[in-house]
Design a protein around this ligand. Structure first.
Ligand code: NDP
Length: 322
């Protein structure tokens, strides 16, 4: 049996909108991309129901369907989509260097370019009642799901910029928004705090945490607790938004790629270039601000174009496997 290691021109890690868009562009540029899907093929959108804000779907589309269609489009141009988890990388520092990658702790491959599109994972509180009602009124994305609660009463958990921004976004759509902040102050910027304070149908409850999400099939209310007095209270709501932060899926790149202090990959200027030549990052793994399917797709396209241009400047990748 040959122990020759497979050589890939363009490896795409992750299968959300960024990964598939990168795949479509890379395949059409004849880079013969290979994609490893990761543990959650399709990414975060597969946990969403209706996607109403992706251009080109006038009637909306459900998240899983959209991801299947993106996969079909990527495969149509020759992308090889493989189920598997990249578990280790050894990224080269040299221009034209070969990046060594291990999949599922066993298969070794070599890649001339790597497009990272591993996304980020929304944090949840971890309450059993919250987990039970995910998709039944509990959401981690106000911009995706807020519209379904038009004219209704909702609550949002968190005191950071995301929670503040999403609370004001929801206040424009919903009848009333209750914002639950576990400390006596918000972590959000002063400007965002002012926006929250100046929104009439937005009430902030400080020192308040969720005790239980009420409802069997759908959210019917919330029992909250004041963490100073222990006093409990029920609030009637139909939607609960969790905005307590995201964790970028970057563990395997730590120590090799430049990241900010919260673990997001840093890209250079108006590009998807990382600090390693031939390694590009797209989608939520390098974006903690916009985090939309359409912005992820946009940076996926950029990553494929950056990879194509990089390959054009590299005459002949070194033959580590010669
Ligand atoms: P952050 O980590 O900044 O804030 C998370 C918030 O959730 C904090 O208030 C935190 O409380 C709270 N929290 C965490 N865990 C729990 C829990 N178990 N129960 C209740 N509350 C909890 O995350 P964000 O997503 O808000 O922001 C991430 C980064 O992105 C920040 O740097 C932010 O500035 C940036 N950002 C910028 C935007 C902009 O500039 N327009 C928009 C959105 C994000 P505590 O403070 O008590 O720890």
């Amino acid at each position: 049996m040959s122990d020759k290691v497979e050589r890939i021109k363009c490896l795409i890690i992750g299968s959300g909108p960024a990964g598939y868009t990168a795949a479509i562009y890379a395949a059409r540029a004849d880079m013969k991309p290979v994609m490893y899907t990761g543990m959650e093929p399709g990414g975060q959108l597969t946990t969403t129901t209706e996607v109403d804000n992706f251009p080109g779907y006038p009637e909306g589309v459900d998240g899983p369907t959209m991801m299947v269609q993106l996969q079909q489009q990527a495969e149509r141009f020759g992308t090889e989509v493989r189920i598997g988890m990249v578990t280790k990388v050894n990224l080269s520092d040299k221009v034209g260097g070969i990046h060594e990658v291990e999949v599922d702790n066993t298969t070794k491959i070599e890649a001339e370019t790597v497009i990272i599109a591993t996304g980020a994972t929304a944090k949840y509180l971890g309450l059993p009642s919250e987990q039970k009602l995910r998709g039944g009124g509990v959401s981690a994305c106000a911009v995706c799901d807020g519209f379904f609660y038009k004219g209704q009463d909702v609550a949002i958990v968190g005191g950071g910029d995301t929670a503040a921004e999403e609370a004001t976004y929801l206040a424009n759509i919903c009848n009333k928004v209750t914002m639950l902040v576990r400390k006596g102050e918000m972590r959000a910027s002063k400007a965002m705090q002012h926006r929250v304070e100046n929104t009439p149908n937005l009430e902030v409850k400080y020192f308040t945490e969720v005790d239980e999400v009420l409802g069997e099939q759908v959210v019917e209310g919330l029992r909250v607790v004041n963490n100073q007095t222990g006093e409990k209270e029920e609030i009637a709501i139909t939607g609960l938004f969790i905005a307590i932060g995201h964790k970028p899926n970057t563990d395997i790149f730590k120590g090799q790629l430049d990241m900010d202090d919260t673990g997001y990959i840093i890209t250079h200027g108006k590009s998807t270039k990382t600090n390693k030549p031939g390694v590009f990052a797209s989608g939520d793994v390098q974006d903690k601000e916009y985090r939309q399917a359409i912005t992820a797709a946009g940076t996926g396209c950029m990553a494929a174009l950056d990879a194509e241009r990089y390959l054009a400047t590299v005459e002949s990748p070194e033959e580590v496997n010669a």
